[in-house]
Design a protein around this ligand. Structure first.
Ligand code: ATP
Length: 351
């Protein structure tokens, strides 16, 4: 029988009085690229450290490949970790750094050499085996740290903000490489970041963490397009929020009364409950298509290369809406625009 790569069963972690994570039940499938995403203090690193054995939960069990790993030290777990600061040995050559974990595991010398060569090739640095770490660029160091972790052929590779020290362009490039390498080796990757674009670019599944809880869990598209909560909608990109009250639910759609009118949106809610509708800036239109939200006054505009973004105020809303407009659409502050939306793009949020 095949087991999931990792299972958290009713996990809680306390540091004294402080509850870092609680009520965590999570299954990570074999070969999945899972990203733990959330703001600082959400509990991402705590979860990662419990897989790696750097922390023992105060309650619950962690299973790796179906085996309860409670009490098993990091070196004896089928895991390897890539840290943000890479934790490479500066005085050793690249090859010796990569071989380090193999040596610790007493892998025979010949096998060590073969594996080092293989993983260095995999990260595109087969020619740099004899270099010293201080002779490498940030991106190269990152690849070496990855190669060193992959060399021990872990069942689960843990990555703690591994791209955090890289500049934005290199970071985006490394994301693509990381994803390609993960698909090639088929190892389960669990990756911590607070960068939602990074999460969307690399993850098969995203676990959104907030304040010690799992707030949302799913594939990137679902989480972005159909977030389950206001927190996720706000954290994963930008959203505008319209408060309302559920008037009627029928056939999987709910009519919601708001200060901007009644909208029939996908999803279900009990009649009479307070709800929120969220809408992404790119789903708002100024060409009259869809259902009208009213006439808005444009306040500020900005050019972002691929698009313009403006804030547009509606009398009935306390906050102006963020609206994304095509690159060639130029709208002056102070002008008025008709705002509208396809109601299917409105997301019904119950919390
Ligand atoms: P970051 O992105 O800042 O690393 P995170 O989502 O990884 O945040 P954690 O580092 O897991 O969050 O921390 C979760 C909570 O637990 C935080 O409130 C943090 O202050 C607390 N915490 C973590 N480690 C310890 C510790 N060793 N002692 C006391 N509190 C801790």
């Amino acid at each position: 029988m095949t087991h999931p790569a990792v299972e958290f069963r009713d996990i809680e972690m306390r540091f004294g009085e402080k509850v870092a994570v609680t009520g965590i039940d999570l299954t990570i499938g074999r070969g999945d690229f899972v990203v733990l995403l959330g703001p600082s203090g959400g509990g991402k690193t705590t979860l990662l450290n419990m897989i790696g054995g750097f922390l023992e939960p105060t309650h619950g069990q962690v299973l790796i490949d179906g085996r309860n790993v409670t009490g098993i030290p990091p070196a004896k777990r089928p895991t390897a970790t890539v840290f943000q600061d890479y934790a490479l040995f500066p005085h050793m050559s690249v090859a010796r750094n990569v071989a380090f974990g193999l040596k610790m595991r007493r892998v025979p010398a010949q096998e060590q050499q073969a594996r080092v060569a293989r993983v260095l090739d995999m990260v595109g640095l087969g020619h740099l085996g004899e270099r010293r770490i201080h002779e490498l660029s940030g991106g190269q160091r990152q690849r070496i740290a990855l190669a060193r972790a992959l060399a021990v052929e872990p069942a689960v590779l843990l990555l703690d903000e591994p791209l955090g020290a890289l500049d934005m362009k290199l970071r985006r490039q490394m994301q693509d490489e990381l994803k390609a390498i993960q698909k090639r080796v088929g190892t389960t990757f669990v990756h911590v970041t607070h960068d939602q674009e990074e999460a969307m670019a690399i993850a098969d599944r995203i676990v959104v963490m907030n304040n010690g809880f799992i707030e949302d869990l799913g594939d990137p598209e679902r989480i972005y397009l159909r977030p389950v909560s206001r927190f996720t909608a706000d954290f994963m990109g930008e959203s505008n929020f319209i408060p309302g009250k559920a008037a009627q639910t029928r056939d999987g759609r709910t009519s919601v009364d708001t200060a901007l009118g009644r909208f029939e949106v996908p999803g279900e809610a009990e009649t009479g409950v307070e709800v929120t509708l969220s809408v992404r800036p790119e789903h708002l239109k100024i060409d009259g298509a869809g259902q009208s939200l009213g006439v808005a006054t444009v306040r500020e505009t900005g050019f972002f290369g691929t698009h313009h973004q403006c804030s547009a105020a509606l009398d009935a809303m306390a906050e102006p809406f963020k609206v994304r407009l095509p690159q060639k659409e130029i709208i002056e502050p102070g002008s008025t625009v008709p705002l509208s939306v396809d109601p299917s793009d409105l997301v019904l949020l119950l919390r």
